[in-house]
Design a protein around this ligand. Structure first.
Ligand code: MV4
Length: 497
């Protein structure tokens, strides 16, 4: 493996470029017309334009990506997350083109992508699953009889689903027919497959996931991530380890995740999602057959580089993870900085990033796909950056996150930064008293700021202070580079020059 094409954009594309360089591999970026000036493009050794901004004609086009690989002489493809990462057909097409796929075998992707097949495989491997159907349900009568046997409430899910689309809660016999129909039609629309199945509904669980890593010889787990802080299936904060997971529970959940991976012949990095009920019982939900957004928290507490391990495993090498029992060290927290406005129901925002000052210092990692001057559009996911901290214990990690959130200055688009500030100061969060419904109960965490204009002026003042400190306020200097131009623009807008 000498040259890897990265079929992605933004922070994860840059993350993968860096891992390639550390492994002595060349990185090929691809970009749409909207991403010509993006950091991942400049960081790569080569860059190939693959089409217009619309993802369907660029990052989601198997044909254009394979063509870019051929034209650039790449011998491998890393899909990142999102886009085509869990499309078994893409993995197979990469294999058939004679290239190395940096991910699990396409058969493992397909097995985990079909949720009822995954349930059958997990049951066979002794992995605990939620009581329910292991095959699609046809007709309200079958649904009612199954629901009565496992007990209401139940949840109807899309067999081809994942991520929460096509789910319906059913409280009793009377609601079954309508829920099956609504879920099936949403599933047909979203996934092109109307099949649905039924599980017992687990109330107020935590969402805990286990990282696994598998090479040709070994399958290991790298502990859990606590992912309960989410809104409409979008995670906002993740941490590792979880306050809810004891070393003994970690070993049991870890063993289940390893068995799940082994049952589908898994290779590379993957994640098993579980629901952890209040009584300590846990249930396999699904397996994500890709590198995940929140992988850095695991990297920081286990001292591994998951993307470099993906590259090594795809090259047929052994993973560089110690043999024998592994344990997390310290505490890591990740806040997703997205271009969404918490005060207006997390509506996506767009605009021009006029100034960005990234946080830094000890124990702080800033994984970003944007910089001063970047344009934020509605074409792609709203995640701009991930702010990740590590510290020896959870309190220290929260304190460090608060400090880093104060250092972060981003002028030009609304982001989730004020939400994260409030969350980190919240007593319930600090006690670890969370479950997947936490944010629904706490709209106050997303309420408008007392004085948004003040917050923006503070940010702008920081930008201008830095511009002044660097001597970039004179028009001549300010005109010299892109950053200078942005500062000049902010200053003009504020009537300060
Ligand atoms: C569940 C559940 C409760 N009981 N299954 C949502 C996304 C999909 N991956 C599975 N999901 C759920 N499945 C049973 N039997 C609750 C959820 C759920 C959820 C799970 C993880 C993280 C956030 C969630 C938010 C709402 C519902």
């Amino acid at each position: 493996m000498k040259r890897v094409l990265i079929a992605n954009r933004g922070e994860i594309a840059l993350r993968i470029v860096r891992a390639c360089h550390e492994e002595g591999i060349e990185a090929v970026a691809v970009y749409s017309s909207a991403d010509r000036l993006s950091p991942h493009v400049r960081a790569a050794d080569l860059a190939v334009h693959i089409g217009p901004a619309a993802p369907g004609e660029s990052y989601l086009s198997i044909e254009r990506l394979l063509d870019a690989a051929r034209r650039s002489g790449a011998d491998a493809i890393h899909p990142g997350y999102g886009f085509l990462a869990e499309r078994a057909a893409f993995a197979r097409a990469v294999d058939e083109a004679g290239l190395t796929w940096i991910g699990p075998p396409h058969a493992a992707i397909a097995a985990m992508g079909d949720k009822t097949e995954a349930r059958r495989r997990m049951e066979g491997a002794g992995v605990p699953i939620v009581p329910g159907a292991n095959a699609p349900i046809t007709g309200a009568d079958a649904g009612v009889s199954l629901a009565r046997s496992i007990g209401y409430p139940v949840i109807v899910k899309a067999a081809a689903g994942g991520g929460g689309k096509g789910m319906r809660l059913v409280a009793g016999d009377a609601g079954m027919a309508a829920a099956l129909e609504a879920a099936a039609s949403e599933a047909a629309r979203s996934f092109g497959d109307p099949s649905v199945y039924i599980e017992k509904f687990i109330e107020r669980p935590r969402h805990i996931e286990i990282q696994v890593l598998a090479d040709a010889e070994r399958t290991v787990h790298l502990g859990e991530r606590e992912c309960s802080i989410q809104r409409r299936h979008q995670k906002l904060v993740e941490e590792a380890p979880s306050l809810a997971v004891s070393p003994e529970l970690r070993e049991r959940m870890g063993a289940a995740a390893v068995a799940a991976a082994a049952a589908v012949g898994y290779r590379g990095a993957g994640t098993c999602e579980f629901l952890l009920a209040a009584d300590g019982s846990f249930y396999f939900l699904e397996m994500n057959t890709r590198i995940q957004v929140e992988h850095p928290v695991t990297e920081l507490v286990y001292g591994v580089d998951l993307v470099r391990e993906q590259l090594r495993i795809a090259r047929g090498e052994r993973m560089r993870v110690a043999e024998g029992p592994l344990a997390p060290r310290g505490w890591a927290i990740e806040c997703r900085i997205t271009s969404e406005d918490p005060a207006s129901g997390f509506l996506p925002t767009t605009g021009h990033i006029e100034y960005l000052r990234a946080p830094g210092g000890p124990g702080v990692r800033w994984d970003a796909g944007v910089e001063t001057g970047s344009e934020v559009t509605l074409f792609y996911d709203s995640m701009l950056a991930k702010l990740i901290v590590w510290a020896p214990d959870r309190d220290a990690a929260i304190g460090r996150m608060q400090r880093a959130l104060e250092e972060l200055v981003l002028v030009g688009v609304s982001t989730t930064q004020p939400f994260h500030r409030r969350l980190m100061a919240d007593p319930d969060y600090r006690r670890g008293d969370v479950d997947i419904q936490f944010l629904e109960r706490r709209p106050d965490l997303s309420a408008p700021e007392a004085d948004p204009a003040l917050a923006e002026r503070i940010a702008i003042a920081a930008a201008l202070a830095e511009a002044g400190a660097r001597g970039l306020r004179t028009p001549a200097r300010a005109g010299e580079d892109r950053v200078g131009r942005e500062w000049a623009r902010v200053a003009r807008r504020e009537g300060l020059r």
